[in-house]
Design a protein around this ligand. Structure first.
Ligand code: FA5
Length: 349
């Protein structure tokens, strides 16, 4: 038997449900609120589900009527959820676009682009100049035998530069090279004349550092061995290198000097950039700054390298690229080149 009262009641509740749900859904303001409404109106614990549950007690006809009515309410609620959902999604997207607006005219974050250290630029440039003049590059070790750093270069055993105060010893017979000159011997033992080679690299001395002296500094050694090499070749070569680097107007001076491994020997000076020759702090009051030492390879050294001094002669030089960097960059204190202060280094970019 059908309970007409229950049936009418169920139909009326369905209509209330439809009206109430649609009003709530269209008044919902967020996706999260809409999801709550979906659960509330169509979920397992919803009134709709409760109404459907009474269907079992109905006659087949009433079940059909109530089923159709419930499906229509459910469809209407789902439709309302769907269309409100679309509206809210569109609005939320617009809000986000507004909030996260991209201003393509804003300046970007600048990248710090690196560049070579001025000391390395000098090294590379000098090496390039020598390569263009036909020199090959040889690399010797920074930890060197006393034999190569001093003995084979004709240093007497009591020479002052062999003093513990001047040289960093690793063992009694091994040290941090104080000059690139041991490269001369290494080259002569490996190559036969004609030789045109340079040895670029770091050298170490226990120096009291000042405006023109570092305790770790660059040198580039040069060695040319051939028949009939003269002092004129040495002067011409070094003048050419210095002028290719600094410009043709720079004055170069050769000053007699002493090195145990060259005879005759000289030091090469360049006119001071800072005072133009009058004498100042940058050149120690001299008007000239010492760029390197040089000379004709001593016959004993040629012999130590396995080269016959009666057949061959050679010149050698050792220049100080840090001084080149100073002179060209108008740097009055060479220590600035090792401090890594970007405010200073950027000036040479
Ligand atoms: C020598 O080291 C010799 N081996 C050079 C040489 C090679 C002579 C071949 C003859 C033949 P000297 O100690 O003068 O010489 O150094 C050569 C150059 O290195 C100097 O002229 C200078 O430019 C640079 N130099 C020397 N000491 C320092 C230092 N403490 N800091 C920066 N540069 C230096």
């Amino acid at each position: 038997m059908t309970d007409d009262g229950a049936m009418a009641d169920a139909l009326a509740r369905l209509e209330d449900l439809r009206a109430g749900a649609i009003a709530t859904i269209s008044g919902t303001d967020s996706s999260a609120g809409l999801e709550e409404a979906r659960i509330r109106f169509t979920g397992k614990k919803s009134d709709l589900t409760a109404i459907m549950r009474v269907m079992g007690t109905l006659s087949p006809e009433d079940r059909k009527t109530l089923g159709a009515a419930a499906n229509s309410v459910k469809g209407a609620i789902e439709q309302a959820l769907e269309s409100r959902g679309a509206e809210l999604r569109a609005r939320e997207l617009e809000d986000r676009l507004e909030r996260e607006r991209l201003d393509v005219t804003l300046p970007g974050t600048p990248y710090a682009i690196g560049y070579r250290h001025p000391a390395m630029r000098t090294m590379r440039e000098l090496i390039r100049i020598f390569e263009q003049m036909g020199y090959s590059v040889y690399e010797g070790p920074e930890v060197e035998w006393d034999l190569y750093n001093f003995q084979l270069l004709n240093f007497p055993p009591d020479h002052p530069s062999r003093d513990l105060q001047d040289t960093f010893y690793v063992t009694d017979d091994m040290l941090l090279r104080t000059q690139t000159s041991p490269g001369q011997l290494r080259i002569m033992k490996e190559q036969r004349p004609p030789i045109r080679s340079i040895v670029p690299g770091m050298v170490y001395r226990d120096e009291a550092e000042d405006a023109t002296h570092l305790s770790e500094f660059f040198q580039i050694e040069g060695l040319a061995v051939d028949t009939n090499i003269t002092l004129g070749d040495l002067k011409g070569t070094l003048t050419e290198v210095v002028q290719r680097f600094f410009g043709r107007e720079r004055g170069v001076r050769f000053r007699p000097h002493y090195f145990p491994f060259t005879e005759p020997s000289a030091e090469i000076d360049i006119s001071c950039f800072a005072c133009g020759g009058a004498g100042c702090r940058s050149c120690g009051g001299e008007g000239w700054l010492e760029l390197g030492g040089a000379g004709m390879v001593h016959p004993v050294v040629l012999q130590n390298g396995g080269i016959d001094p009666d057949e061959y002669s050679g010149f050698a030089f050792g220049i100080g690229p840090d001084r080149f960097t100073m002179m060209r960059g108008h740097i009055t204190d060479v220590r600035l080149l090792r401090h890594g202060d970007l405010r200073f280094l950027r000036q040479f970019n």
